[in-house]
Design a protein around this ligand. Structure first.
Ligand code: HEM
Ligand code: HEM
Length: 414
């Protein structure tokens, strides 16, 4: 009995020793935080860069939505881990520098460490403030709501946070590159235990060595400058929306072409309701299409009977005065000119919905075989442009972005 108590005590002590740091080694918990956050940060950097480089078109909207939702969810995970990491780190000794005699190198490495500590808070927090303050469309994948207390829906706040996020990304690029470069240098050139301390928890270094005091001050100064620059220059337009540009028709509208009769087709739309997507549809609509496949020019007029709208369990709400207001406006009309450039088609014109006319450009794909044409297109509208759901000022109940998907087949009539 005596024996088993003391052996389980030994066991607990041993586990505690594994988890905690000493002056010469990183414990398992510090290493867990280091590598999990490193992996997630590198993933999020990649997603951020890919997202930034993906052109905003109707074709990429769905993919961008998934990409940014993943980016945001991973980023928030980083933030939660970072808070735990910092709480843990302040209770722990920091392993001493391995080469304190190389003062400049040690200072540089430690400035980078402190700057990275700043980054794992500033980067996700600025992203989250940007997300919470704007009509962002890609939700964080969690059930805890999309907003942040004390963060208003405001363009100015979104711009400032976006500017911090973008500039802080550059700090991360530079510091992570220096950090990984340094780790490789220690491994390959110095052949010392720097990497093994972090990867295997090996003990190394002279426990009497000291950390310099300047490093945290230099890193904090660096972040203050970056935040200052971002906030001062942050008023510049920082467009984070993914709505394709809607411009008025600039194409001559006196287009003639063969007439096409619609055989089958759907006009569907998707909107986020309480964070989940709901699908809606208009059962009754008609289209007049003129299109010349030689030139790729044409025109289209679509008239939609809005009283035939269905939207899951909220059809009645959607038809009500707050939204489509079908009692007052029983038709919606899309009038546009069709033009082809480099094989891609655009229908550029106006959409009149609930009494409001807004310029809309619908990119679409078209395949013609013999006399049969198959078309599909997608555009993201913003319900606020049509003064819909003004009582739902944020996106917690009804999203701002409404993805409209049009598909049809038509036969050449003459
Ligand atoms: C580990 C944390 C994060 C890292 C390393 C990171 C990194 C990046 C990078 C490199 C970009 C592209 C750079 C640019 O737009 O100039 C970006 C864009 C973006 N990030 Fe993050 N991010 C993080 C967390 C978050 C979080 C938590 C959110 C929101 C909840 C978020 C929202 C966004 C948005 C909306 C954009 C697009 C901004 C734009 O196009 O201007 N990020 N992020
Ligand atoms: C492949 C990527 C990475 C490698 C090989 C690596 C390697 C290392 C090594 C060897 C150390 C120990 C340095 C020493 O004892 O003096 C360390 C510490 C550290 N690394 Fe990384 N690292 C990587 C990515 C990252 C990333 C992305 C971050 C961003 C947050 C980061 C943040 C830190 C911090 C803050 C420390 C100081 C130790 C601590 O307090 O946890 N590392 N890293």
């Amino acid at each position: 009995m005596q024996h088993s108590v003391s052996s389980s005590q030994t066991h607990i002590k041993w586990i505690a020793l594994m988890l905690t740091n000493t002056a010469t080694r990183y414990g398992a918990l510090a290493r867990f935080f280091h590598w999990s956050i490193a992996l997630l940060i590198l993933t999020d950097l990649a997603l951020g860069v890919i997202g930034d480089r993906t052109p905003r078109t109707a074709d990429t909207v769905a993919w961008l939505q998934t990409l940014y939702s993943a980016h945001k969810t991973i980023g928030i995970t980083v933030l939660l881990l970072a808070v735990l990491r910092i709480i843990w780190a302040v209770t722990q000794p920091r392993p001493v520098p391995l080469h304190p005699e190389r003062r400049a190198e040690t200072l540089a490495a430690e400035v980078v460490h402190w700057a990275l500590y700043g980054a794992i808070i500033i980067m996700p927090l600025s992203g989250w403030v940007m997300h919470a303050s704007e009509s962002g469309f890609a939700p964080i994948w969690w059930p805890l709501g999309q907003g942040l207390p004390f963060v208003p829906k405001s363009e100015a706040v979104a711009h400032a946070a976006g500017a911090v996020h973008s500039l802080a990304a550059w700090v991360i690029y530079a510091t992570v590159a220096a950090h990984i470069g340094g780790a490789l240098k220690h491994q390959i050139i110095d052949k010392d235990a720097t990497l093994a301390r972090m990867s295997h928890g090996r003990a190394a270094g002279n426990p009497e060595a000291h950390h310099g005091r300047a490093a945290p001050i230099v890193a904090a100064g660096l972040w203050l400058v970056v935040l200052g620059v971002a906030l001062v220059t942050g008023d510049q337009a920082h467009d984070t929306t993914v709505t394709p540009v809607a411009s008025p028709a600039q194409i001559a509208s006196s287009v003639t072409g063969a007439n096409w009769t619609v055989d089958t087709g759907n006009i569907r739309f998707q909107v986020a309701q309480m964070g989940a997507n709901v699908e809606g549809e208009f059962a009754d609509w008609s289209a007049q299409i003129a299109y010349e496949d030689q030139t790729g020019n044409g025109s289209v007029t679509v008239v939609i009977d809005t009283t035939t709208l269905t939207l899951g369990s909220v059809t009645d709400n959607a038809k009500g005065a707050e939204f489509f207001n079908v009692a007052a406006y029983s038709t919606a009309t899309f009038e546009a000119d069709i033009a082809r450039t480099d094989g891609a088609h655009l229908a550029t014109g106006t959409l009149t919905l609930a009494g409001v006319t807004v310029p809309v450009t619908l990119p679409f794909e078209l395949a013609i075989e013999g006399d049969v044409a198959t078309m599909s297109g997608e555009v993201v509208l913003d319900r606020r442009d049509f003064a819909m759901g003004t009582g739902y000022a944020d996106e917690s109940t009804v999203g701002f972005g409404v993805t409209v998907v049009v598909t049809l087949t038509a036969t050449r009539a003459d």
